[in-house]
Each structure stands twice: as structure tokens, then as C-alpha cells.
Write a protein that binds this ligand. Sequence first.
Ligand SMILES: Cc1ncc(COP(=O)(O)O)c(C=O)c1O
Length: 317
Amino acid sequence: MKEIGGFFELELDRGREFHERAFALNSARNCLRYIVRKKVIKRLLVPIYTCEAVIDALQAEAVEIISYNIKDDFFPILGDHQKDYLLYINYFGINSKNIGKLQKIHQKLIIDDSQAFYSQPISNIDTFYSPRKFFGVPDGGYVYSSGKYEKKNFEISVSYDRFEHLIKRIDLTASDSYSAFKKAEETINSDPIKKMSNLTKALLKSIKYEEVRAKRLENFTYLHRALKEKNELSISLGADDVPMVYPFLTRNPTLRESLIRRSIYIATYWPDPKKRIPTGSWEAHLVSNLIPIPIDQRYGKDDIDAIVAVVMDNLHI
Ligand SMILES: Cc1ncc(COP(=O)(O)O)c(C=O)c1O
């Protein structure tokens, strides 16, 4: 019987999820594993510029990985592999135009929209998402896959024990909460495929998606106007693109450290602990020199101005 009364749970808005029609799971890597099982994929074309979580998920499913390179516009360099499934990453949430082109030349596509939460799926193309790259939620993944979802076999995940860093950062600082964040991330890696937890779902129903979209686009455009002349990447957003970060590519070996020293936290996409990426390749250049600058909904023009000041200061040294 439904529980009624007693103490209150965390009070959240009771809105709607953005990806209401998707199958909601516990992480993006598990969405990929789900697709692999559902489509019985044995071999997969995978970009060498990717995160370890993707490689680990595929290895856990005993998928043979055929690596491919990307060009400086993030478009795949493909050999004669038309019959194989191809995994394409919508890098930084700014590559929907590439997906449009790819769709015309490759039949069996899987789209990794982990960095492109707002990108709509294309019908009959399996696509997955990782909401916590865009919002303060502990875990979760959404997958769209053609054919019926086998929903019954999976238990429902729980996330309350992955929540500490999210609330701690409100009370304290990012550095105070970092070890809790790392701990939470480690537990995601070891979780089998499960349905999204009630907690993550409730949080994802409380987000003002259109406000976030507008803010991200505004910040990105403002930052691009300031940095585009210095950026090795030539960027033009597609109609559907809502960026995760602003990718700034420059051969400046001290910029990342300078930003971090000013408490502007810059991730590395992606560390390459197993040395999969050849030295001297375009992808190695991206790993070393791409600075993903935050442009998310927490920030506004003053913050972007502060970031630009550090970047300019550093580039002029
Ligand atoms: C491109 C990409 N795909 C998939 C993943 C895995 O997402 P999740 O952590 O939700 O499993 C990540 C990050 O870890 C990623 O960067």
C-alpha cells in the first residue's frame, strides 16, 4: 500500500523529464551495454578519442573494438567497415551537424550523446545520454533504442549513497566535496545495468530545462565571441546543439594549470592511462591541449569575463 503522511522527503519540483520517452537506466556506460546486448553487437567501430568508461563497458561485454580516428572537425575517418556498427560521440554537444552527415553514409550508427543532453535522437538510431554531465544529479542514463525495451529484468538502482558531494558542495566548497565526488563516481563503474533510481528521476523532474538551455547557449556564444580568434577549432553550432562546455584548443602548456590555480576547474578529455592514443596524433593533441571551459547554468557574463581575463593574461605571457 502507498505510504501516506509522516516526515517529508527532500522537496523538489514535480515537473517532467526531458527524455520522457527514453528508457531510464543508471549510467550512460550501462546504456551502451544495454544496446550491445539488445542488438547482439560483436564488433564495434569506436573512436580512439573517448573515455575509458566506454572502453571498459565494451570490454565487459566482450565486444571487439575497431578503433577509428577523427578529423579536426571531429568527423570520423572511416575505412571499409560499412557492415559494422559505428559508435559516434557528439563531442562537447556541438557536433550534431556531423551526425546528420554520418547518418547519410553509415547505416548502423550508435550515438553517444553523453556530452549532448539536449540533442534529440534520430529515429531508428540507438542513442544514449548521461544527465549528470549537465545537471547536479548523482547518476543516471537515458537510452533510445529501436525495438521493444526489455524492462522487466532490471532492478531499480538506489542513489542516496551517492548524494553526499551534491549537497556538500552547497554547504561547503568543491574542494571540500571532491573526495565524496570521487567515491560516488567509483561506485558507478561497478554497478551492473539497473533502472534509474527514484531519487535521480525525481531530481531530473525538477530541472528547468529551457532556462538551462538558454543559459548554456548564451554563455557559450559570449565566450566564443571573446576567444574564437585564439581557438584552433572552428566552431559552428547546429540548430539542435546545446554545449556541455566550450572546447578551447591552443598550444599553451601552462593555461590549464593557470586556470585551475584561479579555481576555474578544467577537466581533461580524456586521460589515456593505457596509452591507446598514438603520440603525435590529432587525438593526442586534443588530450594534451584541449581546455574544456565551463559555460553551464551556474554562471553568467561576469564569470565568463573572469575566465577570459585569465586566458588572455596567459596567452600574452
Ligand atoms: C563520451 C562519454 N560517453 C560515455 C561516458 C560514460 O557516462 P556515464 O558516466 O554516465 O556512464 C562518458 C563519461 O564517463 C563520456 O565522456
